[in-house]
Design a protein around this ligand. Structure first.
Ligand SMILES: Nc1ncnc2c1ncn2[C@@H]1O[C@H](COP(=O)(O)OP(=O)(O)OP(=O)(O)O)[C@@H](O)[C@H]1O
Ligand SMILES: [Mg+2]
Length: 256
């Protein structure tokens, strides 16, 4: 299980997360929605160990272990993976080389030998086929000159090749065309399993029509404002976020 407990996070002295409590269970797909700027990417980045964000209070716990002080590399070795909302361009490194290096780094962490050239080739081919992507894609420099949708495909290729235990997907559906969204959702569904965890951040219901989610949490202004089952997404599509804040302020005024 992945858990954030009373998580407070600042960036350059500005409070962004203000006590996030979130439990994402193994074998479940957990969706996270919320208005722009509410802190969703901050939460994703801080779970992954981005050094820019400072945890001022609270804990991130992975399978019972507090991981606040682990480096991103150590978190990756424990099975965490983040697909970025805005992936970086890495010039001069092909997707293929990047993936082989990443696999070998994970294998080294487990005391295993590097993957053979043939095994890597076969694995890459299988996953490219899964995402209905041409082999030439893997020979391009990582995200260099990629369209928005190609960057997202490259992130999902990394997910299916590296096969982590915990996948945090930050707006993986944004910018994908209607066929690509299906291919990406297929990839994510094939990745999912009883021993996996997915936290999927999105603004829209559409991806959740392809990827069945078990629970939905809504982050507003750095706090989880509401949680519910899959049906909650329909209510959000119909009503937006305003009513949740109103509900919260009503509760507060009742408490006064
Ligand atoms: N590096 C940074 N420097 C300054 N402010 C930042 C930084 N990163 C995030 N913030 C601020 O933190 C708040 C939360 O940002 P975050 O990216 O987590 O939101 P989000 O919920 O992912 O939004 P979106 O739906 O637009 O992706 C925003 O007000 C943003 O401006
Ligand atoms: Mg974001």
């Amino acid at each position: 299980m992945l858990e954030s407990k009373n998580l407070h996070v600042e960036i350059e002295g500005i409070k962004i997360l203000k006590g996030v409590n979130l439990k994402v269970e193994t074998g479940k797909v957990h969706a996270l929605m919320g208005p722009n700027g509410s802190g969703k990417s901050t939460l994703a980045n801080v779970i992954m160990g981005h050094p820019k964000y400072e945890i001022t209070q609270g804990q991130i716990i992975l399978n019972g272990e507090v991981i606040n002080d682990l480096s991103p590399d150590e978190r990756a070795k424990r099975g965490l993976f983040l697909s970025f909302q805005y992936p970086n361009e890495v010039d001069g490194v092909t997707i293929s080389t990047f993936l082989r290096t990443a696999i070998n780094s994970l294998r080294e962490g487990k005391g295993e030998e590097p993957i053979s050239v043939l095994d890597f080739h076969n694995l890459l081919k299988e996953k490219l086929d899964l995402l209905k992507t041409d082999e030439s894609f893997a020979q391009r420099y990582l995200n260099h000159g990629f369209s928005g949708g190609e960057k997202k495909k490259s992130e999902i290729l990394q997910l299916v090749v590296l096969d982590p235990k915990v996948a945090i997907l930050d707006e993986t559906d944004s910018g994908l065309d209607i066929s690509a969204i299906r291919d990406v959702a297929d990839g994510i569904n094939k990745f999912m399993g009883k021993d996996k965890i997915i936290l999927i951040i999105t603004h829209y219901k559409r991806i959740l029509e392809y990827i069945k989610h078990d629970k939905l949490s809504i982050l507003i202004n750095g706090k989880i404002a509401l949680e519910g089952g899959p049906e909650l997404v329909d209510e959000l599509e119909a009503k937006g976020y305003g009513w949740i804040q109103e509900d919260a302020s009503e509760i507060k005024s009742e408490m006064r």
